[in-house]
Design a protein around this ligand. Structure first.
Ligand SMILES: Cc1cc2nc3c(=O)[nH]c(=O)nc-3n(C[C@H](O)[C@H](O)[C@H](O)COP(=O)(O)OP(=O)(O)OC[C@H]3O[C@@H](n4cnc5c(N)ncnc54)[C@H](O)[C@@H]3O)c2cc1C
Length: 400
């Protein structure tokens, strides 16, 4: 049995805690808040899950496993977490979104279909698709209920014996070459054999000595009351969707109606240039936020743009290439890190728990993780924020 400390119990950390505890290891987890909470990246009702990955086909094997693990979590927890609606990727036939979704679907023989603009308008009347656009329709896609997923992972972790300390921030961690790890929280000191760091938008701070090129951005999600009644936005009449960005725009994405009609239909823009930190982010919705989404809806889903019922801010943690960071610490192999999920990580949380569990235990995960390696920034020299001790260990003080 290995003793493992998990820092951060959001999407990835709760999954790692669950996986490790279910394998019989002693898990001690810490979070700044009580997840699921609204201060990080894992809130706001839903997340899209899909398999025909336009971003890179190398994600697909991870996705296939992630579906199995989400379904297993549903069975074990008794909660419904994953809803299949299909996903429509709308764009130009030769644009990255459509052509690369098609490539991934073909490579892995995923059920899919190409739709003309007329077919899209006929099947899904909410989409005002221009004639020159097409749609890549993927059958095995849908959405996850984000807070319910995190809650279920934490519940399963606790049932398997994990000790979870919420509202107990880790303020310092340290590792000894060839030895164990220890953390200091706001309340006490703890030691273990291994450390898994899943600090989301706080990762740059917690891993400051690595100088990871992470940028945190402010994101806003919106829930609108449609202008035409709710019918064409119901599950069955509308899938989840991604809508390619034109020059100077951001990708649009959204969901069918998920809750009662009074809660509205969710839509959002992917990415933003509003760089912030979890401490400096402007959480209040600004008039410019509503203006930006209404401008985009006018040319895409005009019937959705009725009354704005609700809007919420959330945080992306971006890497320069928008691929994740999943690796062992370059100096301390007993420290595993997961960061930089770049606005598309949630769907992977279930499989990431498995991968992080393997890395933490010194096992080789069953997936090609080269895309997520720290080596892509290996020229950056680790130095600042790390204080050397006489015994060769280093400590990382998060309070400075
Ligand atoms: C608006 C929005 C829409 C998105 N849409 C999608 C989508 O459709 N599909 C998809 O797959 N992904 C999507 N994503 C991305 C996905 O939600 C994130 O990639 C994922 O939630 C990141 O999980 P995480 O565990 O890294 O971060 P989090 O879940 O935020 O967890 C990090 C945790 O670390 C804790 N922590 C930080 N520092 C400390 C410390 N010092 N001590 C203790 N605890 C600490 C925090 O409190 C937090 O709970 C979206 C993200 C946003 C914001």
């Amino acid at each position: 049995m290995t003793n493992v400390i998990v820092v951060g119990l959001g999407a990835m950390g709760s999954s790692a805690a669950q996986q490790l505890a279910e394998r019989g290891h002693r898990v001690l987890g810490f979070d700044l808040f009580t997840p699921p909470h609204n201060n990080g990246s894992s809130h706001g009702q839903t997340r899209i899950i899909r398999q025909a990955y336009w971003e890179d086909w190398r994600y697909v094997p991870l996705l296939l496993r992630s579906y199995e693990l989400w379904r297993r979590l549903e069975a074990d927890s008794g909660h419904s977490l994953l809803q299949i609606t299909g996903c429509l990727a709308i764009g130009h036939p030769d644009g990255d979104l459509v052509s690369r979704s098609e490539q991934s679907a073909r490579k892995f023989e995923l059920p899919h279909e190409m739709l003309s603009s007329a077919q899209i308008r006929h099947r899904y009347p909410a989409f005002a698709v221009r004639d020159e656009m097409v749609g890549h329709w993927e059958r095995n896609a849908g959405y996850l209920l984000v807070e319910a997923c995190v809650r279920a992972q934490l519940e399963r972790a606790a049932v398997a014996g994990a000790e979870l300390h919420c509202d107990e921030p880790v303020v310092e961690w340290s590792a000894t070459p060839g030895g164990g790890v220890s953390v200091r929280t706001a309340k006490a000191h703890y030691s273990a054999d291994r450390l898994v760091i899943c600090a989301g938008a706080w990762a740059a701070q917690v891993l400051d000595s690595l100088q990871l090129p992470l940028t945190v951005t402010r994101q806003v999600a919106y829930w609108f009351e449609p202008r035409c009644g709710i019918d064409i936005f119901q599950h069955g009449r509308m899938p989840v969707y991604l809508w390619e960005a034109e020059a100077g725009e951001r990708m649009l994405y959204g969901f069918p109606l998920v809750g009662p009609p009074s809660e509205g239909v969710k839509v959002a823009l992917h990415g933003s240039d509003e760089i912030c930190t979890p401490d400096t982010v402007v959480r209040q919705i600004q008039p410019s936020d509503e203006l930006a989404i209404r401008e985009r809806l006018a040319g895409t889903l005009p019937l959705l743009a009725g009354r704005l019922l609700r809007a919420e801010t959330c945080l992306y943690t971006m890497t320069p290439d928008e691929h994740f960071v999943i690796d062992s610490h370059p100096k301390y192999p007993q420290v595993t890190l997961a960061a930089g999920f770049s606005g598309h990580g949630f769907k992977f949380a279930s499989v990431m728990g498995e991968v992080l569990g393997d890395l933490a235990l010194g096992l080789t995960p069953a997936y090609d993780l080269a895309l997520f390696s720290l080596k892509r920034w290996q020229d950056r020299s680790p130095s600042s924020g790390e204080t050397r001790r006489r015994d060769g260990s280093a400590h990382h003080d998060l309070e400075n």
